[in-house]
Ligand binder design. Structure first.
Ligand SMILES: NC(=O)c1ccc[n+]([C@@H]2O[C@H](COP(=O)([O-])OP(=O)(O)OC[C@H]3O[C@@H](n4cnc5c(N)ncnc54)[C@H](OP(=O)(O)O)[C@@H]3O)[C@@H](O)[C@H]2O)c1
Length: 370
């Protein structure tokens, strides 16, 4: 798929709180790593906003990648010479970009978003979206809301700081919310075991031969931030794999769970949820996404593995894989639309779908693994 970085189309609307009649909103992406490069894809393909460029902190191969895509690079003031010496002229400093922005999407390494908020976003009075590695609670909290486009999209209207839920938290919301909407009064509780990949495919870090547990998974608290009607209990294990996460969600009902067909029928109609019956593991799905030429090899979805969807007594067990790298990119695009335009969820979804084409990816995966 080809990147488009065409000049944005001028809008003729004035948005409360920004009020720059006739001018497109300027969005800066601060951080161009695994998540940043995927969000850049959305911003470069969205002609409604002006994509200012990306913040880069190290001189490495990704600078060339960003330049080749036609993205402007902004770097810390003190590193301008270092970038120049290596042949990369920066369009300006990080501070220049932030001052010129209407919204920043921060895609920094875990915890650095908090520092960016203190050093840049608050002093320059700029709204920002943070990623799921930032804290929602405690002394390093960056925002009072975690966004999940399936659950609380509209609550981001008018917010200045919002965290986009992490990949696992996004997947949990995408599966739990439709069940709650349909069977809420019948559901007693949710329990989830998250089996997390050790590293992403493009990570240079070593994958350790071990299964590690998490003593205090943030996912439970994060989901509780936007799903308040039902409790979710989470255990998390990290395994030596680079190929997606796998979640086992146990849904306990007051009586017998609904039929398998009614569950499948619900998710067949859900955006960003694929139903697969013949994949044998997460690598099958990731490799197929790469083979099918999906941008970055991402499905941007969760995939319910219907061959292991089961009911026992009062409990329904749903096993689904979660595309850790891709799933949050369309979510950031949705959240940006809520914060900049207070647009209806339906319209935002249509626009996000035009860029990411999840329905097409869903059909392609279903025909391979259906
Ligand atoms: N990886 C996933 O699967 C995943 C999924 C969902 C959410 N997330 C969350 O997304 C965020 C980013 O994760 P990632 O996996 O993309 O990390 P990453 O690949 O390590 O990329 C982080 C980027 O942060 C940049 N950076 C360094 N200092 C910065 C600063 N002060 N401000 C802004 N950027 C700075 C680095 O730039 P240089 O390379 O130029 O030094 C690096 O490219 C984290 O909150 C993470 O929890 C990750």
């Amino acid at each position: 798929m080809v990147y488009s970085n065409s000049p944005p189309i001028l809008k003729n609307i004035e948005i409360e709180g920004y009020g720059r009649l006739g001018m497109p909103f300027k969005v800066f992406l601060n951080g161009y790593g695994t998540i940043g490069r995927r969000v850049a894809y959305a911003l470069a393909n969205d002609r409604e906003i002006e994509f200012l460029g990306v913040g880069k902190y190290s001189v490495d191969d990704r600078v060339k990648e960003a330049k080749d895509q036609g993205f402007r690079i902004f770097v810390p003031e003190q590193k301008m010479d270092e970038f120049k010496d290596k042949g990369y002229d920066a369009a300006g400093s990080i501070t220049d970009a932030i001052k010129a922005s209407d919204l920043i999407i921060d895609a920094a390494k875990d915890g650095l978003g908090y520092e960016n908020k203190l050093n840049y976003y608050l002093p320059f009075n700029k709204p920002a979206i943070f990623q799921g590695g930032e804290d929602r609670y405690g002394e390093h909290s960056v925002a009072d809301m975690i966004h999940n486009s399936r659950v609380n999209y509209e609550q981001a209207y008018g917010k200045r700081y919002v965290i986009q839920g992490s990949c696992n938290v996004t997947g949990l919301g995408r599966i739990m919310q439709p069940l709650i909407e349909r069977y809420g009064s019948e559901i007693i509780r949710f329990d989830a075991t998250l089996i997390r990949r050790w590293a992403d495919l493009e990570d240079k870090k070593e994958v350790k031969d071990s299964i590690e547990w998490d003593r205090d998974p943030h996912h439970q608290r994060d989901v509780a931030d936007f799903i308040k009607s039902h409790e979710l209990y989470v255990d998390v294990y990290k395994v030596p794999s680079r190929m997606m996460h796998l979640h086992q969600l146990y849904v306990r009902f007051k009586h017998e769970p609904p039929s398998r067909d009614s569950i499948l029928d619900i998710f067949e109609r859900e955006w960003g949820v694929a139903l697969l019956s013949s994949a044998k593991g997460t690598a099958d799905v990731r490799k197929k996404a790469l083979e099918l030429g999906f941008p970055f090899g991402d499905t941007c979805m969760v995939h319910i593995h219907t061959d292991v969807l089961k009911a026992h007594g009062d409990t329904l067990k749903i096993t689904y894989s979660d595309d850790q790298t891709g799933i949050v990119a369309p979510e950031n695009h949705m959240l940006m639309q809520a914060m900049l335009f207070s647009r209806s969820r339906r319209e935002a979804l249509e626009r996000t779908e035009r860029i990411f084409r999840l329905n097409e990816r869903k059909r392609a995966l279903a025909s391979e693994f259906g």
